[in-house]
Design a protein around this ligand. Structure first.
Ligand SMILES: Cc1cc2nc3c(=O)[nH]c(=O)nc-3n(C[C@H](O)[C@H](O)[C@H](O)COP(=O)(O)O)c2cc1C
Length: 198
């Protein structure tokens, strides 16, 4: 049987491991942490769920970033100020991470501009889609997308970078010898963590 991981009975190490995996996931397309599910709440109070690409995760600030079209439902839901949550499960690492927090949409500031500049042309073209995301179409292909051009700013006005400030983390590590689950709440500059029954 494989040795227990160093974070198995160490709360601080468990939290650090989650952020390490998230940061790695933002950099690595193959990682399950690259594609978390994002939950928001719509105007009727319904939960809404979808996949996003994780672009950055920083354990120091407890923040994560993804990009979206500012014309999309998720952008409207985030701008309405409802809470957001992210979920990811890495079957290889046997680690589930659930994050709840506040999301903020950046469109016209330096953060959004840096995120746009750092995006690849193949990603940017999505923000130039016409008509806007979610518009009913006469047939599946009845929309237009701009050509890929690294110098083009087509779609920039629709581009949004979302920063999620985590307020609560719920971590679950699966092991036949006993699962480990811990909950962390943001408190001032730091985090208050406790083991909970899985
Ligand atoms: C693998 C994958 C990655 C995706 N990445 C993103 C993303 O980074 N940002 C985004 O807005 N939508 C992304 N999407 C599309 C969303 O899941 C969703 O279908 C779309 O944004 C509309 O969501 P909304 O109507 O809730 O705004 C991705 C979908 C898949 C399958």
């Amino acid at each position: 049987m494989h040795p227990l991981p160093p974070f198995y009975d160490d709360l601080a190490a468990f939290r650090a491991e989650a952020w390490r995996r998230l940061a790695e996931g933002a950099e690595t397309g193959r990682s399950p942490f690259h594609l978390p599910a994002l939950a928001t709440v719509d105007a009727r109070g319904q939960p809404r769920l979808r996949t996003v690409v994780l672009r950055a995760a920083d354990g120091e600030t407890g923040t994560l970033r993804f990009h979206c079209d500012a014309r999309s439902d998720k952008a409207r839901e985030i701008e309405a100020g409802t809470p957001a949550a992210l979920h990811v499960y890495d079957a290889g690492a046997k680690l589930q991470v659930r994050i709840e927090g506040h999301a903020r949409l950046h469109r016209d500031d330096a953060l959004a501009e840096a995120a746009w500049t750092g995006s690849r042309a193949m990603s940017r073209v999505c923000y130039g889609i016409d008509p806007p995301p979610g518009t009913p179409l006469a047939d599946g292909g009845a929309y237009a997308m701009p050509d890929e051009d690294p110098d083009s700013r087509i779609g920039r006005e629709n581009f949004g970078a979302v920063v999620v400030r985590a307020m609560r983390l719920d971590l679950l590590y699966l092991d036949r010898r006993g699962h480990r689950r811990a909950v962390f709440l943001r408190e001032g500059e730091g985090w208050q963590g406790a083991w909970v029954a899985p």
